[in-house]
Write a protein that binds this ligand. Sequence first.
Ligand code: C5P
Length: 223
Amino acid sequence: MKKKINIAIDGPAGAGKSTVARQVADNLTFLYIDTGAMYRALTYKAIEKGIDLEDGPLLKKLLDETVIDLQVGEKEQHVLIDNRDVTTDIRSYDVTNNVSFVARQSEVRKEMVKRQKLLANKGGVVMDGRDIGTYVLPESELKVFLSASVEERAMRRYKELLENGIEADFERIKKEIALRDKRDSEREVAPLVKAKDATEIDTTSMTISEVVNSILQLAKERA
Ligand code: C5P
């Protein structure tokens, strides 16, 4: 049987990568892998253990002792660390605003990339993150870079919080998203950047299904 293609989806915070990637994967019966969740899981465990979030070697040691599992769930992907479900915990304010510090440690990235490559070695994977097209799966048949204005990304997040009955401050969300982008784009190792051969889709005025359909069309052409 012909090997299935791999699809890499990168882009800044809140560009809709995970929603889109999941739907593309469901449609193609591919496996969806949220690499941001892996960095979040390690950050969560490091905070819990009171580890310095900029101590690369210590974080790497913690990662070596940690099993991160991504499981397909009914409505969302479940994230487990050492068999403990932390799906909701890793989305906390604390983890969100600290994950970039952990993610910029080269020792951590090396190990994460190793695990991510392994997950994708059989093909048939939709993987989303910041460095998938550039470092993790540079050979992937389809690379997409999703972008949207910071205003739009903050608005999506703001609405999502309100819909879940959580009080939110739009200006603060916008500032935090911009700061996370800055940290992710300016780091030395594997910064957030569009791969040369990636197709950029500006989702600012697109619906989710429009974005999903354009990726499915591109996938059809590459398969
Ligand atoms: O995708 P998400 O917003 O959940 O990612 C959380 C953080 O994890 C990012 O802000 C970034 O610091 C880090 N990350 C990364 N490389 C990836 C995926 C995520 O550095 N491939």
